[in-house]
Design a protein. Structure first.
Length: 95
């Protein structure tokens, strides 16, 4: 019984993380387009990102914090500004 509760919690937590990563990718894409770059490959090239790595950032795959900071630097944006829009500010309740 305890194992099934733990697996259920892990699945719910995994879904939450996946949703937040997709949200993160969408936010990165939104800002890139707002900065006038319609093509992610051109943005990646001009800001010295590996094209395929940057593409994964926008698709919502897991991103290292240092990579996120590099992206924000390229956007000339701080972390508070980045997370000020498009993210749920409510804390998730633990079960």
């Amino acid at each position: 019984m305890r194992d099934s509760i733990l697996l259920c919690y892990m699945a719910e937590n995994s879904d939450h993380i996946d949703k937040q990563l997709k949200n993160l990718g969408e936010r990165i894409k939104q800002i890139r387009k707002a900065k006038g770059y319609s093509n992610y490959e051109k943005f990646a090239h001009q800001h010295d990102f590996n094209r395929s790595s940057y593409g994964r950032f926008e698709s919502g795959e897991d991103i290292r914090f240092s990579s996120l900071l590099r992206v924000l630097d390229a956007f000339d944006m701080d972390i508070q500004e980045f997370f000020a829009d498009g993210f749920d500010k409510k804390k998730k309740k633990r079960k």
